[in-house]
Design a protein around this ligand. Structure first.
Ligand code: FAD
Length: 291
C-alpha cells in the first residue's frame, strides 16, 4: 500500500523502524526480530539504509519479507550522497522489482572524509537530487523525506532549513518523517512554522523510546535533540536499574505518543531499534487508542 493513501485515511496508528544487519552472520537473528515487529501489524515498517549503502541488499530483503510474509506495507530507505547515478538508478529499479511502493529519500550523513572533498563533482549533493532521480524514473513511488524539528545540524538557522525543506517537498515528497525529539512542544512549533511556509503534506513524528541510560548520550550525539529536565530526572533516578529504566523509557515514549494523538497527529513512527518487546509494550499501552 502507498503510504500517502494510508495517511489520507486519518486513522490513529503507529509504525515502526527497523534496521538491516551489517553482515550475513546476524542476518537470521535480525530478520527474526523484524518479523516479530511486523506481527504487531503496524501501519507500516520502515527499513533503514546503511551509511554508504553497505546494507542495501539487506534493506530490500528485510522490507520484501515483511511485506510479502506479513502483508505490512514497507518503506525502503535509500541514501544518495556517496553513490554514483548508475548505482542509485539500479537501487530504484531493485526497489520496484521487490514490489515496494514507498521510498524514504535521504541524502545520508557526511563522513569526515567527505566533508573535505570538492562536492561540485558529486552526482547527488542533497536529498532533493535523489527525489528528482526517483521522479525521472517515471515509476509510481510514494516518496518520503526527512525533516528536523530542532534544525538539521548543518543548517545555519531554521528559516534556511525550512526553505530547503519546502524545495524538497515541492520536488515530489508525499510525506515527511521527523528526526527524534523528546519535547513535543518543539514539534508543534516546527509544524506551525512549516505550515506557515506552505508545506502542507502529512508529517509523521518520529519517537525514540530510550530504554537504557547508555542510549541517551548516543541519541543526543546522533540527533542533537534537546533533553527536557523531566526526561533527565528519569534517567538520573532509574538509569542504574535496567528494568526500571526500560519501564520508565517506555512510559515516557507512550506519554509523548498519546499527547501527539491528542494534538491532531494521526501516525507516529517509533524508532523501535529491532526490539520487538519494546514495540509490543508500546502498542499494548495504546491498545484502546489505536484499535
Ligand atoms: P537533506 O534534505 O539534503 O538536508 C541536509 C542538509 O542540507 C540540511 O541542512 C538542509 O537544510 C541542507 N539542504 C537541503 N537541500 C539543500 C540545497 N538544495 N542547497 C543547500 N542546502 C541544502 N541516514 C542513513 O544513512 N540511512 C537511513 O536509513 C536514514 N534514515 C533516516 C530517517 C529519518 C526519518 C531521518 C530524520 C534521518 C535519517 N538518516 C538516515 C539520517 C540522514 O541521512 C541525515 O540526517 C543526513 O545528514 C541528512 O539527510 P536529509 O535527507 O535530511 O538531507
Amino acid at each position: 500500500m502507498r503510504l500517502d493513501k494510508m495517511l489520507a485515511e486519518n486513522k490513529l496508528s503507529i509504525s515502526f523502524e527497523v534496521f538491516p544487519p551489517k553482515t550475513d552472520t546476524v542476518f537470521e537473528s535480525v530478520k527474526h526480530a523484524t518479523e516479530e515487529i511486523a506481527k504487531l501489524s503496524p501501519s507500516f515498517v520502515s527499513v533503514t539504509y546503511g551509511a554508504g549503502g553497505g546494507t542495501s541488499k539487506y534493506t530490500l530483503d528485510i522490507a520484501k519479507n515483511i511485506k510479502e510474509t506479513y502483508g505490512v506495507p514497507t518503506l525502503a530507505h535509500l541514501t544518495c550522497v556517496s553513490s554514483s547515478r548508475e548505482t542509485v538508478k539500479e537501487r530504484i529499479q531493485q526497489i520496484k522489482e521487490a514490489g515496494i511502493q514507498n521510498i524514504m529519500a535521504l541524502r545520508g550523513d557526511l563522513t569526515p572524509e567527505m566533508e573535505n572533498k570538492d562536492r561540485s563533482k558529486w552526482a547527488y549533493r542533497h536529498a532533493i537530487d535523489l527525489i528528482r532521480e526517483i521522479k525521472e524514473s517515471k515509476e509510481d513511488f510514494c516518496i518520503g523525506g526527512a525533516c528536523y524539528p530542532e534544525i538539521h545540524p548543518e543548517s545555519k538557522n531554521q528559516d534556511e532549513d525550512i526553505k530547503y525543506l519546502k524545495e524538497k517537498v515541492d520536488a515530489g515528497c508525499s510525506f515527511l518523517t521527523t528526526q527524534m525529539f523528546f519535547d513535543n512542544n518543539l514539534l508543534y512549533n516546527f509544524l506551525y512554522k512549516i505550515r506557515q511556509a506552505g508545506i502542507t503534506i502529512p508529517v509523521i513524528p518520529g519517537v525514540m523510546p530510550i530504554t537504557n541510560a547508555n542510549q541517551v548520550e548516543r541519541a543526543i550525539k546522533l540527533s542533537g535533540s534537546f533533553m527536557p529536565q523531566r526526561f533527565k530526572s528519569l534517567v538520573d533516578k532509574f538509569g542504574h536499574n535496567p528494568e526500571a529504566m526500560k519501564q520508565a523509557g517506555i512510559a515516557y515514549a507512550t506519554d509523548q505518543i498519546i499527547d501527539l494523538f491528542a494534538n491532531g497527529i494521526t501516525n507516529v513512527h517509533i524508532y523501535s531499534m529491532n526490539k520487538p518487546d519494546i514495540a509490543q509494550k508500546i502498542q499494548s499501552n495504546l491498545s484502546h487508542i489505536i484499535k
